[in-house]
Design a protein around this ligand. Structure first.
Ligand code: PEP
Length: 252
């Protein structure tokens, strides 16, 4: 049985002070929830503050991006070891905002996934199609390409090393989430590919979370489907009480 995971991606929001305020408000609200893995992905500048505050809790910490090299003349980049050292257990890789605005291609995603795993970080690898690709019947092709390219050259993997996030780009920040049926269909297909790439048992164990306009209203229906194992939440995680409500809905 796969444990549900809810990942809150703060994106470029909150100073270190604001991050501290968030965590102090959030912790008491979710302290009795043990059945869901909660992971927060603050900006790099707040990782230390959040790490210190969640240290003795079950909340996990994720980076929002990572470079594949261990060190070097790479202004503005952060290495896997730096994330690990800052208290992260995982890192979001290949978010559509990185792919679209920062021209990150499948090859870069693949290098990042491999580097994260090599440094004991769980790679939360995002895939997703545009509105146009879906309208043109290309969803399956696009997602298959992103999945195979992102995991190219990886012969063995387990559920501690990879979480897949299906994030249809048209659903992100749009207020129009995928329907539970749409999400489940895609997740089932992604899981089938994982089975072909690795083994059926591995495919069954790897969590595939959905992201795109998740709210307190739609989380339960999404999670009621067999292949949706959690959520990657953007806008709705920025308010601690709102995110806590999503977490408790997922726990019920
Ligand atoms: C995201 O950007 O990963 C995301 C899911 O955003 P939102 O929840 O705001 O749609």
């Amino acid at each position: 049985m796969r444990r549900r995971a809810l990942i809150g991606n703060w994106k470029m929001h909150k100073t270190a002070d604001e991050a501290g305020t968030y965590i102090r408000e959030f912790l008491p609200l979710i302290q009795n929830i043990a059945s869901v893995d909660v992971i927060l992905a603050p900006p790099f500048t707040s990782l230390h503050v959040v790490a210190a505050l969640v240290k003795d809790t079950s909340i996990g910490l994720a980076g929002q991006d990572v470079h594949w090299d261990s060190q070097g003349a790479l202004t503005g980049e952060v290495s896997p070891a730096m994330l690990y050292d800052s208290g992260c257990q995982s890192v979001i890789i290949g978010h559509s905002e990185r792919r679209q605005m920062f021209h990150e291609d499948d090859n870069a995603v693949n290098r990042k996934v491999k580097a994260a795993i090599a440094h004991h970080l769980t790679a939360i690898m995002c895939v997703g199609e545009t509105r146009e690709e879906r309208a043109n019947g290309k969803t399956s092709d696009v997602l298959t390409r992103q999945l195979l390219a992102g995991l190219a050259g990886i012969d063995a993997i387990d559920d501690t090393q990879l979480v897949l996030a299906y994030e249809p780009i048209w659903a992100i920040g749009s207020g129009t989430p995928a329907t539970p049926t749409q999400a489940n269909e895609v997740h089932a297909e992604l899981r089938e590919h994982l089975g072909t790439l690795f083994t059926t048992a591995i495919a069954k164990s790897i969590r595939i979370v959905y992201g795109g306009s998740i709210t307190t209203e739609n989380i339960q229906a999404l999670l009621a489907t067999p292949h949706v194992d959690g959520g990657l939440v953007g806008g709705a995680c920025l308010d601690p009480s709102n995110f806590a409500r999503i977490v408790s809905s997922a726990a019920n």
